[in-house]
Design a protein around this ligand. Sequence first.
Ligand SMILES: *[C@@H]1O[C@H](CO)[C@@H](O)[C@H](O)[C@H]1NC(C)=O
Ligand SMILES: *[C@@H]1O[C@H](CO)[C@@H](O)[C@H](O)[C@H]1NC(C)=O
Length: 340
Amino acid sequence: EKQGDATRSDGKKVHEFSQQEASGIQYLLDNAILEWTPQAVAEFLYKEEGLNKTAIGIFLGEREELHLQILKAFVALHEFSNLNLVQALRQFLWNFRLPGEAQKIDRMMEAFAARYCNCNPGVFQSTDTCYILSFAIIMLNTSLHNPNVRDKPTLERFISMNRGINHGEDLPSELLTKLYDSIRNEPFTIPEDDGNDLTHTFFNPDREGWLLKEGGRVKTWKRRWFILTDNCLYYFQYTTDKEPKGIIPLENLCVTVVDDPHKQYCLELFNPQGKKIKACKTETDGRVVVGKHQSYRISASSAEERDDWINSIRASITKDPFYDLVTVRKRKMINDQTTD
Ligand SMILES: *[C@@H]1O[C@H](CO)[C@@H](O)[C@H](O)[C@H]1NC(C)=O
Ligand SMILES: *[C@@H]1O[C@H](CO)[C@@H](O)[C@H](O)[C@H]1NC(C)=O
């Protein structure tokens, strides 16, 4: 029972931090309620009840030297000895809300992996292995428990997805089985869950369907079969065509609703820097040429369909930080091996 709260001089201020964002902690410190040492701040964030866990996550993820030290001290307060990786992650991810920014996620998961390996020497060849497997587990959680993901990986697939991550060696399948079962039986919970779990962009369903596309030079509208996948928009003349008529890479593009004098329910793809879009198309004689579009105008058959496409395209453009972090780490591990 926090009976002292009403009389404690910092009661009100603690409350404000729980309401506000990360700068709230700065406020507490400026008012000399806490000692400004990494250890004292870390203990406060770890032990104080009722703090806003999203704000803690943002604060711990900052890049300044002092924040890095606080993060280190905060992670060191966790005791992971003799816990398996899922048990440790459950504990760790419950104490704050992992922020959405890639660099912050990277620093925090790196600190976690280092601490886990420290508490459990010999389980993994290196921190990198622990880091990569931690991401694989967080993604497994979404695959198994998010109702929007239809394709549920089996244990066999989870094992084969993690082949070679222990510096070229496989991890023991008993270990992977235990971790898989644990997640399957009980999802990870995160504090202040707003439905946006950490990997939501990764699993956004791709989309396909008929749309009308306006020509680049000749402004006629043609019916095309569009497929959105791998951060590209492909369009075909017929659904059965093997080769697309054109490919529009979505990197660096924006998409928005647009009013067109001739067609209803239009959306437009454009480069926010005003540059020409780097797309290509196939001419009738089979030559592949660079597209001439400054922007693409596309018409759907209803407002709802248009908005669904816009949402899917946006999700596809939003880079998934998770995917990139793991790719970078795997590449690093391979480089380390070859230079050994
Ligand atoms: C917690 O902090 C976040 C980030 O500043 C904020 O968006 C959110 O509304 C806060 N939650 C509560 C319950 O105050
Ligand atoms: C695990 O999955 C559930 C269901 O999709 C989700 O609510 C939760 O936020 C996920 N946890 C993490 C750490 O991504």
